[in-house]
Design a protein. Sequence first.
Length: 122
Amino acid sequence: MYDPPPGYPDCESDAEDFPTPEDRHYRELEVEGVGVLHARKPLPNAIPALAGAANSKVSGQSRIDYLNIFIQNHLAPGEYEVLLAKMLDPETDLPEDAVLRVSRAIATAGSARPTVPSSISR
């Protein structure tokens, strides 16, 4: 029986065909423990970066790289660099999982997510 190839390359190719429009608006996004950032809602072309960040078949460094790409593509110009500078500044008190918090806030902005497990699944 024929095993189809993984869908990731197809997904990445589809995303390259539909880049983020330049006029996509940035909104204030409150990230707990990090502060207010300006980000835009993810579009379908964000799926490859999110999928890469969750892909257990790639190295840990690759997963981090995909997560950083996702964040860079959604924060307003210059805000990613400001976030990195704050993370490196010993005077700034940011949580260790600041990057993860920012990515989750971007991915779930304007949605009912994250949701909690239902009482049936507990």
